[in-house]
Design a binder for this molecule. Structure first.
Ligand code: NAD
Length: 502
């Protein structure tokens, strides 16, 4: 059985703890590896190593740091299939979906290649007599990232390229459910020429996270995961004096107006609702058709599409959806469907007890949940309030556009949303009034490109900065402003008043 270890100073290590956790293939339910779990001593080792590496890395010219990113870009392209395979083996998503994850990660690496331009700073001459001012952004020091299971490559790569390009050293604590991607990313960075210790990987769960949050020499923490843990990480990290950005969960609604192209809307709902088995923070889990006729027509289109979905392991070509991440997730999702039904929702397509042919390879034991469609969902139901994070699309019928907008604005989450319409007025009003961070107009999953930043509103984020893009430069650096006067031979004498331009 393979043991997945920490990587500190480019060396694999089992660290100081004897605690381990099994890693599974969700398509078969088989254990594929044993993961070592870190403790405070392991984090301390990583921090000490990262602090040493910071001395050289932070003073390496940004253009040289960018060269590592250029190399990493090429390595990611050359190894895209390997990275995708590593993702799918432990996460379960289809190969094409995993390749999509790699492509979006690659975009962030490409953005980081332009770091010299982004760290240029500002200069103002003659702000006073013979006085000039310039500002510069400097790295924070050792920073850390704590990442979720659902994008085991992309989310770490939302953080690492920009943090490193800005001159920081980085400790990654990946999800314990699909940890191999993190070690592979580390190996690719090492091949790209990243010096030892600039990126360290420490595996683990709560104990490791707490050690990161409490360590005095970790200056910033980026977190992506569920809202309760995001809030915990934010509160504890801030209390320890760190800069923290913590991105949380979601319940993303898509409004379908009566004038929308319903075929296009149905296609969009299929991909956004069931892609990656609904385990995306930008998945659409709520369809909100406006008007009963719109709802009826939409559901009529969705039923055959859902029934035709190809569900199976990533190893089989042409699959559209894989298993969910764990046995517990499967039980939780099926339980929520049952709860929704008992609270009055209509189960139009039922994905509970979904069976997949084993093909003699054990797939019958995978964590399968079939694509599920619930109708007549109402705001008081648990399936509406909770993030299901599975292949369950709920329909909440709204009478008016205003009612649909109010519904979204009242939800505790505000990560992503979309409207499908041909009406420019409605689209514009939606974009302006909606209390959500990422908005799509006839675009179901409006994940911003790498040169815009990603981030929700309300309880989908804690902290002031979005992740990657221009926000990342601000998050991973601190501003220094330098005011300079060169001796001119003129002596003004001691001045005791507050300095002014006069
Ligand atoms: P999770 O919150 O369970 O885990 C995220 C990280 O926190 C992991 O590294 C995990 O080890 C750690 N963790 C878990 N429990 C902890 C505890 N009690 N104390 C300290 N650390 C703990 O999330 P997940 O199940 O891995 O990922 C799915 C969640 O992530 C969903 O809610 C999804 O919406 C969210 N997500 C959000 C975004 C976003 O950008 N907003 C992106 C991806 C995923």
């Amino acid at each position: 059985m393979k043991t997945i270890k920490h990587i500190i100073n480019n060396q694999e290590t089992t660290g100081h703890s004897t605690n381990t956790q099994a890693v599974y293939n969700p398509a078969t339910g088989e254990q594929t590896a044993e993961l070592v779990l870190g403790n405070a001593q392991d984090i301390n080792d990583a921090v000490e190593n990262s602090k040493q590496a910071f001395k050289t890395w932070s003073t390496t010219p940004p253009a040289k740091r960018a060269k590592v990113m250029f190399n990493m870009r090429q390595l990611l392209i050359d190894n895209a299939d390997l990275v995708a395979e590593t993702i799918s083996k432990e996460h379960g998503k289809t190969h094409d979906d995993a390749l999509g994850e790699v492509t979006r990660a690659l975009e962030v690496v490409e953005y980081a290649c332009g770091i010299p331009d982004k760290l240029k700073g500002d200069f103002s001459s003659d702000v006073g007599p013979n006085i000039d001012t310039h500002s510069t952004r400097q790295a924070l020091g050792v920073v850390a990232g704590i990442t979720p299971f659902n994008f085991p490559s992309m989310v770490p790569l939302w953080m690492i390229p920009m943090a490193l390009a800005c001159g920081n050293t980085f400790i990654l604590k990946p999800s314990e459910r699909d940890p191999s991607s993190a070690n592979l990313i580390h190996d690719l960075f090492a091949k790209a020429g990243l010096p030892a210790g600039v990126l360290n990987v420490v595996h683990g769960g709560k104990e490791t996270v707490d050690a990161i949050l409490d360590h005095k020499d970790i200056h910033a923490v980026s977190f992506v995961g569920s809202t309760p843990i995001a809030e915990y990480v934010y509160t504890r990290g801030c209390a320890a004096g760190k800069r923290v950005q913590a991105l949380g969960g979601a319940k993303n609604h898509m409004i379908i107006m009566p004038d929308a192209d319903l075929d296009q809307a149905a296609d969009a709902l299929m991909g956004a609702g069931f892609g990656s088995a609904g385990e995306r923070c930008m998945a659409i889990s709520m369809a909100v058709p406006v008007g009963q006729e719109t709802a009826d027509k939409l559901i009529e289109k969705l039923i055959p599409m859902i029934n035709k979905m190809k569900i199976g392991p990533y190893t089989q070509k042409g699959m559209e959806m894989g298993p969910v991440i764990t046995k517990e997730a499967q039980t939780r999702i099926e339980g929520l469907i049952t709860q929704g039904e008992s609270e009055g929702a209509k189960v139009v397509v039922d994905g509970r007890n979904h069976k997949v042919d084993g093909h003699g390879l054990g797939y019958e034991n995978g964590y399968w949940v079939g694509a599920t469609l619930l109708d007549y969902v109402t705001p008081d139901m648990s399936v509406y309030k909770q993030e299901i994070f599975g292949p369950v699309l709920s329909v909440l019928r709204a009478d008016t556009f205003e009612q649909a907008v109010d519904l979204i604005n009242e939800h505790e989450y505000g990560n992503g949303t979309a409207i499908f319409t041909r009406d420019g007025d409605a689209a514009r009003e939606f974009a302006s009034k909606i209390q959500v961070g990422m908005v799509g107009i006839n675009v179901p999953i409006p994940v911003p490109v790498a040169y815009h930043s990603f981030g929700g509103w309300k309880r989908s984020i804690f902290g002031a900065h979005g992740i990657y893009g221009p926000e990342a430069v601000h998050f991973y650096t601190k501003l220094k402003t330098i005011t300079t006067r060169w001796p001119t031979g003129i002596r003004a004498g001691a001045q005791f008043n507050f300095p002014t331009l006069d």
